[in-house]
Design a protein around this ligand. Structure first.
Ligand code: 3HC
Length: 317
């Protein structure tokens, strides 16, 4: 039995090494299956919880155009959650279980969504920085080894890039606007900068999953590599806006060919991931209320599906 598993595992790894996808019905090590359920579901939860800070601004968007765009963006995030939950389900976990893990507070989701969005400029900063950081991490996931996840990510990345651009355009408008608008944009950048850098996860030496994730081609770049790439890409964008990144240690390092940047507050990161972020309680409360309020919709959909099934059985007999 052990020899049999070793052979299967060696075949599995060589499939990954040669760049082939693993599909839902293929043999896979139990740890690979569980790792994917963990990552895909955390990702799905992040999309769904990520709807909350921005959903809060739909009724207060400053114009009809802004409102329509924000509404579309928030709906996209809901769609991303659905593709990802479906990808997780192919690994043998039910949607009900995934939902229970989120609503009970047992599941993790991205730390970033535990921060409040307090002004309209936050809609710009979230799109520009948060979606910008998300794409940087997620483009590599379009080439991840698990087929259903990789395919879901292709569509998600296309939509995320529209999200990033709409955020940047809000920041551009504000930063070229009145003094008050420019101050609002700067204030939003000040509050979202460091939490955005934390989105990439712990430093490489503290990242427990990276080594295995790279072997299985789930991750193609490490947390620190992606964080550096994000800083390098974002600094010139901030300069174009005429805004200042809130980091006195930020400096171009010609020798490395990268920006050096200041220390991340890892204690804050750990606190937020442990469920003690500024909005952690509120996010889960809202999520649970939405689940309870939606009970009648789920019941109605089930009743309709049962009726349809009865009807087609009758017609067939
Ligand atoms: N927030 C919360 N938890 C985090 C985190 C963060 N920013 N970064 C890492 N963690 C958690 C990990 O989930 C892991 O917890 P676990 O062992 O209990 O599951 C632990 O910290 C150790 O971190 P590792 O670096 O070892 O973990 P990973 O190898 O899984 O790397 C990751 C973390 C880079 C986030 C990776 O899981 C990943 O690429 N996930 C898919 C993308 C994703 O989920 N992005 C979240 C944002 S989605 C989004 O922003 C929506 C968009 O619409 C804006």
């Amino acid at each position: 039995m052990e020899l049999y598993n070793e052979k299967l595992e060696a075949e599995f790894q060589s499939k990954i090494d040669s760049g082939q996808n693993i599909e839902a019905k293929d043999w896979m090590p139990e740890k690979y299956r569980k790792t994917h359920i963990r990552q895909i579901s955390q990702h799905a939860h992040s999309e769904i919880i990520g709807m909350l800070p921005e959903g809060n601004w739909i009724t207060r968007a400053p114009s009809l155009k802004r409102k329509i765009t924000l509404l579309a963006k928030v709906q996209d995030e809901g769609g991303h959650g659905l593709y990802l939950y479906s990808a997780a389900e192919t690994l043998g976990i039910s949607r009900a279980e995934l939902n229970e893990q989120l609503n009970s507070g047992r599941a993790k989701y991205s730390s970033i969504f535990n921060y409040p969005a307090v002004t309209w400029a936050d809609m710009g900063a979230v799109g520009w920085l948060v979606d910008g950081a998300a794409i940087m991490n997620q483009v590599m996931l379009t080439r991840t080894s698990y087929g259903p996840y990789a395919r879901a990510m292709v569509r998600i990345c296309k939509e995320e890039s529209f999200h990033q651009r709409q955020g940047y355009e809000i920041m551009l408008t504000l930063s070229k606007g009145t003094e008050v608008q420019k101050r609002m944009a700067q204030d939003a950048l000040n509050r979202w900068w460091w939490p955005s850098l934390m989105m990439f996860g712990p430093r490489d030496e503290e990242s427990v999953h990276t080594e295995q994730a790279m072997k299985w081609k789930i991750k193609l770049k490490s947390n620190d590599e992606l964080r550096q790439q994000f800083v390098d890409q974002t600094v010139p964008q901030a300069e174009l806006l005429g805004l200042t990144i809130p980091d006195p240690k930020l400096k171009w390092n010609a020798e490395r060919g990268h920006y050096d940047f200041g220390d991340i507050d890892w204690e804050e990161f750990k606190r937020v991931v442990a469920g003690k972020g500024p909005c952690s309680y509120e996010r889960l409360k809202t999520r649970n209320e939405a689940w309870d309020k939606g009970a009648w919709v789920r019941e109605a959909a089930m009743a309709f599906a049962e009726k349809q099934q009865e009807k087609s059985l009758k017609e067939a007999s």
